[in-house]
Design a protein around this ligand. Structure first.
Ligand code: GLC
Length: 421
């Protein structure tokens, strides 16, 4: 145990702080991409300094689907090893019973949070987790290459495809043999569900499961979107995209080897960083749409902090959750990692606007982001999503047509739903 700050005396193995409170050892489990964990550690160091508690980070693999599997093991074993869990926006309905209701402890601050974010974490009136940051992806593009080749910023997926092909071919002809047109998250995991929901929805193909629980995914517009996406693999996108997660896509784009990239907000600060080869040559725009009469869709992402029902340090854990989501820490996170905040006031902060232009620029996209059907499918969401990403991954891999895979998906989802979700 390490104690910092206002340590007063030790009684029976516990450290007592000047406030009379006991210094506790907390554990937070946290996945990470980019600089997330570095910022977290800095904030935890200050928390330790201010409170005398100490906090250990348990690091998770990048994939949210892998994290979900591990969390489920800990929670079903009612493990007291973890006090605070960083949770994906989609998990609250499935994990609600394992978390402390934060309604009461956060009653004095909850009105300051983005209402939709709070709603996403509220299950049957229980506040399962407090929103830490939000996510809404962008189409990142190489403004220098578009200009060089006389191309406009694409508005539709078909335009994006054509422009990516043209620039990739021209750059390769000039000797840049590593150049690709488009990178995204094509591995078989939750990230592919996010990407594919965007393709389908922006083609007017609806949602994976509709808000009322109905299943309309087997439709010609969804098939059209997936067929176009399948044409990218091994063409404008490397074959390897079938195994790409967020950081794989960013690696290719940031090293200068892709014209376009679909990625979350965190990639902005990194691509614009001092050591980034593309720092002065990229820009962002909204994801393309399906053409006439359709509109762009950006999947709602984000992470939240929940206190385990099995924690032996619930009060200190609640204190930690309040601390990590407070104004100063959200502001720092927004500036350093370009993660959209969950406190409304941070969007209006002049320093944030000046030091991280992406945050105010992206506010309307965040506000209109498209949730995944986790509220509609409740405890079955993870299976719904894995059934969906499997059908999409097969299509991208050339294993069956979009039409056949969507027909099978519809049958599987219908079976999974049974009489109700
Ligand atoms: C991001 C999003 C999260 C999503 C994940 C998929 O981390 O914030 O909501 O599930 O990407 O890879």
């Amino acid at each position: 145990m390490k104690y910092k700050g206002k340590l007063l005396a030790g009684i029976a193995g516990l450290a007592v702080l000047a406030t009379g409170a006991v210094a506790e050892d907390l554990t937070i489990v946290h996945g990470s991409v980019g600089r997330d964990q570095e910022v977290l550690r800095g904030q935890l160091d200050r928390f330790e300094e201010e409170t005398g508690h100490s906090v250990t980070i348990v690091s998770m693999p990048e994939s949210t689907s892998d994290q979900f599997g591990q969390y489920r093991l800990w929670l079903s074993a009612q493990s007291s090893d973890i006090d605070v869990y960083r949770m994906d926006v989609i998990w609250a309905p499935q994990m609600a019973q394992h978390f402390v209701d934060l309604t009461e402890p956060m009653a004095d601050i909850i009105d300051q949070f983005v209402p939709a974010a709070v709603e996403s974490q509220t299950v049957d009136g229980k506040l399962v987790a407090l929103p830490l940051f939000l996510g809404a992806p962008a189409l990142y593009y190489r403004s220098d290459l578009l200009e060089k080749h006389g191309e406009d910023v694409p508005e539709t997926w078909q335009e994006m495809t054509d422009t990516a092909q043209k620039i990739m071919d021209a750059e390769r002809a000039e000797g840049n043999s590593d150049m690709y047109g488009f990178v995204f998250q094509g591995a078989a995991y939750e990230g592919l569900t996010c990407n594919a929901q965007e393709w389908v929805s922006s083609y007017g193909g609806g949602r994976i499961v509709e808000l009322d629980g109905s299943i309309g995914i087997n439709n010609p517009k969804a098939a059209e979107a997936l067929n176009l996406a399948a044409s990218w693999v091994g063409g404008i996108a490397p074959e390897g995209v079938l195994n790409y997660k967020e950081e794989d896509a960013r690696g290719v784009f940031q090293s200068g080897n892709a014209v376009f990239m679909r990625n979350w907000n965190y990639a902005y600060a990194l691509a614009a960083g001092d050591d980034s080869p593309v720092k002065d040559t990229f820009a962002v725009t909204t994801l393309p749409d399906g053409g006439e009469g359709t509109s762009s869709a950006a999947t709602l992402g984000g992470w939240n902090l929940g206190v385990s029902e099995y924690s032996e340090h619930k009060d200190a854990a609640i204190e930690l959750v309040r601390y990590l989501t407070n104004y100063d820490n959200q502001k720092e996170r927004a500036i350093v990692t370009s993660r959209p905040p969950t406190l409304m006031a941070v969007y209006e902060d002049a320093d944030v606007a000046e030091q991280q232009e992406f945050i105010p620029l992206w506010k309307p996209v965040v506000d209109n982001a498209l949730p995944r059907p986790s509220a509609a499918t409740l405890r079955k969401y993870n299976e719904v999503s894995s059934t969906f990403w499997t059908a999409v991954h097969s299509t991208l891999s050339g294993d069956g047509s979009a039409e056949d895979n969507l027909a099978r998906l519809e049958a599987e989802l219908t079976r999974l739903r049974g009489p109700r979700w």
